[in-house]
Design a protein around this ligand. Structure first.
Ligand code: GAL
Length: 684
């Protein structure tokens, strides 16, 4: 097997698993389980649940996410007796509980009595109960009721042997335009700008006669006759993410004061636009995520890999928890085909390979009623004697073979920069093309690295880049002076940088940086531009080696200023440039090349950086990633493939040996370790 290069080996040596996740996996190995909603079932069913959970190797369940109305049936009343019995059952069965604060879905009595706790949309319409998530993040009444409940919950279960983890709320993402939110927005703006003149400058309110003369005039960006001020929108998005974070923190602090040794998490949703997860991740003990790949999307495996790498980035390299996935079909896409047999295992092991120490599902037992009746579960309506449940059980059992993977890092020498405020700013209305999007750009640039078996860390623009040999910036339309200086310094110090189009265009207020673009990166890139030229139809380009390729959607009129032109537009002018700056190299891409051309670019940049994939000659569709001393190979393709191995290896999942070559059928996974001369596993 390819030996770890020095940087990767150092990463393995210096890595310390975070105390949060370690407290969960110690003695348990990888975590396996799901959301458990016993309040939907009579108690006699609970005993069967526990028996089946044990048979499936379940060691963690998330309890109580939507139980506010059950715990507090009327304002101020408490009914914890049922929850006591659930937690006692779990502790007797040796199953750890991830106990939720049930504040994502307030009961109807709260909305009925206090409608001001309900959210208001951008048209000024109130959204009602009868579904879930109906709260205003800035409502003092909601906050007070939620915290009172959380305090009682924490007091009651502090020290309970089943309590292993707190799950705060659920998938935060509420946005509210009510008067209370407007008031909170104004307070947030006062904090940020101090006085109205500074705010007026920041928002460029001389445009379209938008000048504010009194703080009271400032409202949330409600529906308006034409395009909204982009700087106002950007601050609004920042505020919305911060307002939710403030609520999360308030619940967290109540929990922490009562149970200081119990780790706290809240479930993220991958590349979810409304919430800036970089600003959230440090506020929790364990990063967890919900991920639902679309079984009909051929690129779903690469998208999942990207999301998992983002979670590892948010966790700063520490293990993270896949809090929710589905065993088969979801019910919230318009058409919901099931996952084929074997897919559940493949997807789950992919998350393990990319740093997850826990694999949980929504949900344990399929609901009989409610909006998610037709969502798959670990235990389907048809019962335990089913193909799906048999797969769940087999997967739970085999995860025990991977217990030693828990806590292991995924070393990466390539970083990819992603930023929420940039996402928000880039995708405001009124730009040259709405076909250039932050997450599409991210994915286009990520894909060739995934195909080449090169591990990538997702990082924020402010990250310390010194440990990386290659940094890719798919897009940073919005960039601060400091972050631009850090990228330039990184290159001068010997790093290799790739920058995608329409980067370095606006500052943090979303004001255009005047002069030739990308103004703050011009020196390091050795190139600059003067016109953005969105394209209709394919754009013909040519590498200077003579090979042609197609690009699409976007072109720029740029000139080399010291950089070498590596590819040109057929109509003339540089399309891809490479510049030696200090000890390093910077690439600039002034268009959107087709996937093969981005692959070629990745190959060249990797060569500049001296980085290679974990295995040479990776067959198409096979994902290869190293975690600690285990090399994971996952066949997402539809053909049986042979993967050449440089060394003999043993598969932890099957115990079988492979020498020189490994045969992987579709959806098959191998977790390979080097065998010692005695046949025992060697740890690095
Ligand atoms: C998640 C949510 C769960 C459940 C699941 C269904 O987004 O947290 O409560 O609704 O989706 O896929």
């Amino acid at each position: 097997m390819a030996s770890l290069d020095n940087a990767a080996a150092r990463a393995v040596e210096t890595f310390q698993p975070g105390p949060g996740m370690h407290t969960l996996t110690a003695g348990r190995g990888l975590l396996f389980g799901g959301d458990y909603n016993p309040e939907q079932w009579p108690e006699h069913v609970w005993a069967e649940d526990v028996e089946l959970m044990r048979a499936a190797g379940v060691n963690l369940v998330t309890v109580g996410v939507f139980s506010w109305a059950r715990i507090e049936p009327e304002q101020g009343k408490r009914d914890f007796a049922w929850l006591d019995r659930v937690l006692d059952l779990m502790s007797e069965a040796g199953i750890a509980v991830d106990l939720a604060t049930p504040t994502a879905s307030p009961p109807p009595w709260l909305g009925h009595r206090r409608p001001q706790t309900l959210p208001v949309d951008e048209s000024g319409h109130r959204l009602w109960y009868g579904s879930r998530n109906q709260f205003c993040p800035s409502s003092p009444v909601y906050r007070e009721r939620a915290l009172a409940l959380v305090a009682d919950l924490a007091t009651r279960y502090a020290g309970h042997p089943a309590l292993a983890l707190w799950h705060v709320g659920n998938e935060y993402g509420q946005i509210c335009h009510c008067d209370e939110s407007a008031k909170a927005f104004r307070t947030w703006l006062k904090d940020r700008y101090g006085d109205l003149d500074t705010l007026n400058d920041a928002w460029g309110t001389t445009f379209w006669s938008q000048r504010y003369s009194d703080w009271a005039e400032i409202i949330t960006p409600r529906r308006a006759p034409s395009m909204i001020n982009p700087s106002q929108q950007l601050d609004w998005r920042r505020f919305c993410s911060d307002a939710l974070l403030a609520h999360f923190r308030a619940e967290r602090d109540v929990l922490r004061a009562r149970t200081p040794d119990t780790p706290i998490t809240t479930n993220f949703m991958g590349l979810f636009k409304p919430v800036d997860y970089w600003s959230w991740a440090d506020e929790e003990d364990i990063v967890s995520n919900d991920h639902y790949p679309d079984p009909s999307d051929p690129l779903a495996p690469a998208r999942a890999a990207l999301t998992h790498d983002l979670m590892r980035g948010l966790a700063k390299g520490r293990p993270w928890l896949l809090m929710e996935q589905s065993t088969s079909a979801v019910n919230w896409r318009p058409h919901n085909p099931p996952k084929p047999p074997g897919r559940l295992r493949l997807e789950s092991l992919q998350a393990v390979a990319r740093g997850a120490d826990g694999l949980c599902y929504f949900q344990w037992r399929a609901s009989r009623f409610g909006a998610e009746r037709f969502h798959s579960a670990m235990l389907p309506h048809a019962g335990p004697d089913t193909r799906l449940h048999a797969e769940v059980r087999a997967h739970g059992r085999e995860l025990r073979e991977l217990a030693s993977v828990a806590g292991q890092p995924v070393p990466a020498r390539v970083a990819m920069v992603f930023d929420w405020p940039n996402w928000w700013a880039l995708e405001e209305r009124g730009r040259p093309s709405d076909r250039l999007n932050a997450t599409d750009q991210l994915f286009c640039y990520y894909l060739p690295f995934w195909e080449r078996g090169v591990s990538v860390d997702l990082v924020p623009p402010s990250a310390d880049l010194r440990g990386y040999s290659l940094v890719v910036v798919p897009n940073l339309f919005l960039i601060s002076d400091e972050d631009a200086a850090a990228l330039s310094g990184y290159v001068r110090g010997g790093g290799v940088l790739v920058v995608g189009p329409f980067s370095g265009i606006v500052d943090q207020r979303a004001h255009v940086r005047t002069g030739r673009f990308p103004a703050p990166l011009r020196d390091v890139l050795g190139a600059s531009g003067e016109e953005h030229r969105p394209a209709d139809g394919p754009v013909r380009c040519r590498w200077t080696t003579g090979t042609e390729f197609a690009a699409h959607t976007w072109t720029e009129l740029v000139a080399a200023e010291g950089a070498e032109t590596m590819a040109e537009f057929a109509e003339g002018g540089p399309a891809v440039l490479r510049h030696r700056s200090g000890q390093g190299v910077a690439w600039y891409v002034a268009t959107m090349p087709e996937p093969d051309a981005l692959g070629e670019l990745a190959t060249r940049a990797l060569a500049d950086a001296g980085v290679h994939g974990v295995l040479p000659d990776l067959p198409r569709g096979v994902e290869a990633v190293r975690r600690g001393d285990v090399l994971f190979l996952l066949n997402h393709g539809t053909d049986t493939v042979r993967v050449p191995l440089p060394h003999a290896a043993t598969d932890l999942l099957t115990g079988s040996a492979a020498d020189g070559e490994l045969t992987l059928s579709p959806q098959e996974v191998a977790a390979l370790v080097n065998p010692s001369p005695t046949g025992n596993r060697v740890r690095s």
